[in-house]
Design a protein around this ligand. Structure first.
Ligand SMILES: *[C@@H]1O[C@H](CO)[C@@H](O)[C@H](O)[C@H]1NC(C)=O
Ligand SMILES: *[C@@H]1O[C@H](CO)[C@@H](O)[C@H](O)[C@H]1NC(C)=O
Ligand SMILES: *[C@@H]1O[C@H](CO)[C@@H](O)[C@H](O)[C@H]1NC(C)=O
Ligand SMILES: *[C@@H]1O[C@H](CO)[C@@H](O)[C@H](O)[C@H]1NC(C)=O
Ligand SMILES: *[C@@H]1O[C@H](CO)[C@@H](O)[C@H](O)[C@H]1NC(C)=O
Ligand SMILES: *[C@@H]1O[C@H](CO)[C@@H](O)[C@H](O)[C@H]1NC(C)=O
Length: 538
């Protein structure tokens, strides 16, 4: 299971790490400890510039932004960091160099020194040699695990508890955290009470024969809607309000299924930490037939791939074959089968034969648990090359103060630390991006082959390309730009706006190609609205 590493605003960055690393969080050059240190030191040093103050004041300012229960531990940790940052600011050292000096960043044998901020004038190697000399003279205390720092240790524990109390019964193959939002067929008000005219239960009168159904998503972090607030990584945007929901966000494993393409259903009232419209397949299904109210499940798991889909994700689906309505199920695994942080990433991708077996076993299990008359649509893997194409030369939030970090810098840094969620796509090596997309498309051929040739008892089965390219093209045709649809912090997911546009696009695709999976429009919708209002909300 994920081991949390402290420091609040940056802890979240680590959540990128287990997206893909199937059981083995391996890293290099200090890995997660190094990135947490560097981001934190970078932010504090930027705060000092923004507010024209010293390191001690900037650290205090940072701690004061945090939720109450994290402030005291933050201050305890700050005492350890303050002298380093003060000296760094005085000497104009970069955060990368500072974190090598503290010991969280290293240069492993046979590796190059990693940096995300610009290289110091003298060069990275010269700077590191210089600080080694200083360190030898001082014989200062060395840390290697950021959670060992007094104060930070408490923050790590708080995060550990936040995550562990919400662990699903069965964790993925120990590689990540999972999100499950389960709500079953449960029309609170509809299922209660009798119709005065007929004396029959309302649910029978208003829903019988209208083909009600529930929406179930089985997928990855795209389906769960992973989103890190960019404000956490911009010195100018840091303030107490952006951390207001910090613990809530972490408890939800930084996923926002309630605002997602598949199962979004609440008005977005989170404020600045996540902006954009909400639209979803579930909302549209409910609009089509109000008997579908509250019948949705989002089993999107960060890091989900075909192996964990078969072994865990599909097996956490809850549906009663006898008493529940049929389901419309979307299986979406848009990339993790070709994504890993391994330096030899190509060798560690899922092979077509393996993928085929995982998917066949997943579908076979679905056939055992879904009510008769269900529908399953499988989304293909994306062309992840579009990520680099759209953002590579743009400025990452962490570089927003001085325009000094591009996504290419960020991607290279994660590859250098061997913690990238996808070293095949998030790279400036165009050959590698091409080969990664090639494998993704080979896996899509497997999906097409399976859907064309397999028959199941309890559901019909369709394949659909995941329409990210189309959504971007439509957005650009309206005058928008591709990068506006990509998650600003990780540069790896699609954002809130793209989730909503995607829902509209997928709905239209289904309506055109497979209208039967959506069911009829319920002629009793108005009556249901009139009788039950918002049906008890959520
Ligand atoms: C609704 O469907 C059930 C099961 O098919 C049936 O027993 C019942 O009579 C139907 N009720 C109405 C009002 O049509
Ligand atoms: C969202 O806001 C609209 C307009 O204020 C309201 O009509 C609707 O009921 C709200 N939906 C939910 C799910 O709260
Ligand atoms: C799928 O999962 C089941 C249950 O864990 C397991 O028995 C089966 O071997 C898995 N299939 C593959 C291809 O790994
Ligand atoms: C994948 O996306 C890249 C970048 O947008 C594009 O150049 C390439 O043609 C696409 N590949 C395929 C096979 O569609
Ligand atoms: C780019 O990736 C390819 C495929 O892994 C590899 O053969 C090649 O050496 C890489 N190029 C560079 C400049 O690293
Ligand atoms: C497609 O599926 C059929 C039937 O399962 C199989 O015989 C065939 O080899 C598959 N083709 C490819 C290209 O995988």
């Amino acid at each position: 299971m994920w081991r949390s590493v402290g420091l609040v605003c940056t802890v979240a960055l680590l959540a990128l790490v287990p997206l893909t690393t199937a059981g083995r969080v391996r890293d290099a050059n200090g890995g997660t400890n190094c990135i947490v240190c560097t981001v934190l030191v970078g932010l504090v040093e930027q705060l000092a510039q923004v507010y024209n103050e010293g390191a001690v004041e900037a650290l205090e300012r940072f701690c004061s932004f945090l939720p109450e229960q994290l402030q005291a531990p933050c201050r305890a940790g700050a005492e350890i960091f303050a002298p380093y940052i003060a000296e760094a600011i005085y000497n104009k050292e970069t955060p990368d160099v500072v974190c090598h000096a503290i010991g969280f960043c290293k240069v492993d044998p046979g590796h190059k020194a990693c940096h995300i901020f610009p290289v110091p004038k003298e060069g990275m190697d010269a700077a590191l040699r210089r600080i080694q000399e200083v360190k030898k003279m001082r014989q200062g205390r060395e840390f290697t695990d950021i959670c060992d720092i007094p104060g930070i240790k408490e923050i790590c524990n708080i995060f550990d508890r936040a995550f562990s109390s919400h662990l699903p019964a069965d964790d993925l193959d120990k590689d990540g955290f999972s999100t499950m939002k389960l709500l079953d067929n449960d029309c609170l008000t509809l299922s209660q009470g009798l119709d005065s005219e007929t004396g029959l239960p309302y649910e029978e009168v208003l829903c019988n024969g209208t083909e009600p159904r529930g929406l179930i998503l089985l997928g990855d972090s795209i389906g769960a809607h992973f989103h890190l607030p960019p404000q956490w990584f911009e010195a100018k945007s840091l303030n107490p309000s952006v951390f207001k929901d910090l613990l809530f966000i972490l408890e939800n494993e930084i996923d926002w299924p309630e605002l997602s393409t598949a199962t979004g259903h609440v008005n977005n009232t989170f404020g600045e930490v996540i902006k954009g419209p909400v639209d979803s397949i579930y909302m549209r299904l409910r609009e089509r037939n109000r008997c579908n109210h509250r019948d949705y499940q989002n089993i999107g798991v960060n890091g989900g791939r075909s192996g964990s889909m078969n072994s865990t994700i599909v097996r956490s689906l809850v549906r009663n074959r006898m008493s529940d309505y049929p389901a419309l199920v979307n299986i979406e695994l848009v990339g993790n089968d070709v994504c890993n942080g391994h330096p030899d990433t190509l060798a560690h991708m899922t092979k077509p034969k393996e993928f085929r077996n995982n998917m066949l076993d997943t579908l076979q299990y679905l056939d055992e648990v879904l009510p008769e008359g269900s529908h399953v649509w499988v989304s293909g893997l994306a062309n992840g090359s579009l990520l680099y194409a759209n953002v590579h030369d743009r400025i990452h939030p962490l570089g927003s103060l001085r325009n000094d970090i591009t996504y290419t810098d960020f991607y290279n840094y994660m590859n250098c630390l061997e913690i990238s969620p996808c070293s095949g796509w998030l790279t400036d090596n165009s050959t590698l991006r091409y080969l990664t997309t090639k494998r993704a498309f080979e896996l899509n051929d497997v999906l097409r082959n399976i859907t064309a040739n397999s028959r199941y008892k309890n559901f019909d089965l369709y394949y659909q390309d995941v329409p990210i390219d189309e959504v971007i093209a439509e957005w650009e045709a309206q005058g928008g730009q591709g990068w506006q649809l990509i998650e600003p912090v990780d540069g790896f997911h699609i954002n809130q706006l793209a989730n909503a546009l995607g829902a509209a696009h997928i709905w239209e695709m289904l309506e055109k190609d497979h209208p039967n999976v959506l069911g009829k429009v319920n002629p009793n919708n108005d009556r249901i609205k009139q009788l039950f209002g918002d049906q008890g909300g959520y």
